[in-house]
Design a protein around this ligand. Structure first.
Ligand code: SAH
Length: 388
């Protein structure tokens, strides 16, 4: 017999609008039995079926619902159907070589991320219930993609909140010596075992292309460059590009990428961006375009005030290094930093730097990372191109 989680009165409303997390403090009682990570039915105060998902007693998110039909169970057919549909959704939009195949809650497979890098799949499984289904997931991926290899990168710090240890390693096939993908006509080496997250940040694909329009003949500073997504796109048209990142490993891949594409106008600096911007000001450096693509400064609502200061300070510091008419490209990947708050913060940064700032493009994450309406956490990336 499976678990049944009875919600407190009214707690089903958000879930019926499309959100799928049931927080532990929303449950009135848990009945039935099972093992941790097994299926639980979620019902309203008066016993009406709301949905079904895996339970985790160790997590603040008690159940992640992914089944909304009383007669549907977590069979291999269901996983196959969800993943096939998720893949078709991307193929239909023209994604081909490399893309996010599955984006967690947006694809009704909560906490499961699958990224396709050529013929290698990189998988991230961030909940107990789905970890227990790893073999089923691998079977489905083998059937759909016939990949050369499937590599798991479940090493996010959020796993602590699920009470499960990290896991990384090859879970199917044989890793090719090098994985090189194609993006916006560029060759990009992706280090799946050793890079950040699943290996590469696919969510900025079209934003990277969008900056080319503003970069022709310019002196560009790419801050938080990682392996060079923005630097490489800029370098196809810019005069010169300087990439700054704190990770020497990422910069080594960036230099490899520059060579792969025959781009010799990119230099790299291993540094903390906050310090680099301060020092660059003292040295009197000037740029025509500065890109700021930092890691998330806030991962919860409680961290927002500190994050606002962080975004304000780096944006102000960057604006001070721009030449007249210069372009600020600025992003935030924190869901909790809302667009309204981010724009307000940009306004404060512009004030602090004593410049007028015009927004010329507002963008979001790539379409292979769809934002599910009714599930605000799935909309996270804000991307602005602004001019002084
Ligand atoms: N722009 C990149 C993605 C950036 S991810 C792309 O298009 O792929 C954020 C990057 O910031 C990571 O590469 C990380 O190493 C780097 N980073 C984090 N904190 C930093 C700091 N204080 N100074 C410099 N780089 C930092």
């Amino acid at each position: 017999m499976a678990y049944t989680v009875t919600l407190k009165r009214g707690e089903e409303r958000r879930i019926l609008r499309g959100h799928s997390w049931v927080y532990a403090n929303e449950a009135e009682k848990i009945t039935g039995e099972g093992t941790n990570g097994s299926l639980a039915d979620v019902v309203t105060h008066d016993g009406r079926f709301v949905g079904r998902g895996y339970i985790n007693h160790l997590s603040k998110i008690l159940v992640r619902i992914f089944i909304r039909d009383k007669d549907v169970w977590d069979t291999e057919e269901l996983f196959m159907e969800r993943l096939t549909r998720a893949n078709a959704f991307r193929r239909d939009m023209g994604f081909d070589n490399s893309y996010r195949v599955c984006f967690s809650d947006s694809d009704f497979l909560p906490s499961l991320v699958v990224d396709k890098y050529g013929d290698v799949l990189s998988v991230e499984i961030l909940s107990l219930g789905f970890r227990l289904k790893r073999d089923v997931i691998v079977n489905c991926l083998k059937k759909i993609f016939s990949p050369a290899a499937i590599y798991e990168r479940s090493d996010s710090p959020v796993l602590k909140k699920e009470g499960i240890p990290p896991f990384t390693g090859l879970i199917y096939g044989e890793m090719p010596e090098k994985v090189v993908i194609e993006e916006n006509g560029l060759k990009i080496a992706v280090d799946i075992p050793g890079g950040q997250k699943t290996g590469y940040y696919l969510d900025q694909k079209f934003n990277r292309y969008a900056i080319r329009r503003h970069a022709a003949g310019k002196r560009v500073l790419d801050c938080f460059s990682n392996t060079g997504g923005f630097s490489l796109n800029a370098a196809t048209v810019a005069d010169k590009v300087k990439a700054v990142d704190i990770s020497g490993h990422a910069l080594a891949t960036l230099r490899e990428n520059a060579a792969l594409n025959g781009l010799n106008n990119i230099s790299t600096v291993e540094a903390d961006v906050f310090e680099y911007l301060r020092e660059a000001k003292k040295r009197g450096e000037k740029y025509d375009m500065i890109i700021l693509d930092p890691p998330a400064f806030c991962k919860s609502a409680a961290e927002v005030p500190g994050a606002v200061r962080g975004y304000r300070d780096i944006n102000a510091a960057a604006l001070k290094l721009l030449s007249p008419g210069g372009t600020l490209v600025t992003a935030s990947c924190s869901h909790y930093m809302t667009p309204v708050l981010f724009e307000k913060t940009l306004g404060e940064a512009a004030n602090g730097a004593g410049v007028d700032l015009k927004i010329v493009e507002k963008r979001m994450q790539s379409p292979d990372h769809p934002a599910l309406v009714g599930f605000p956490e799935t909309e996270y990336l804000k991307f602005y191109i602004c001019k002084i």
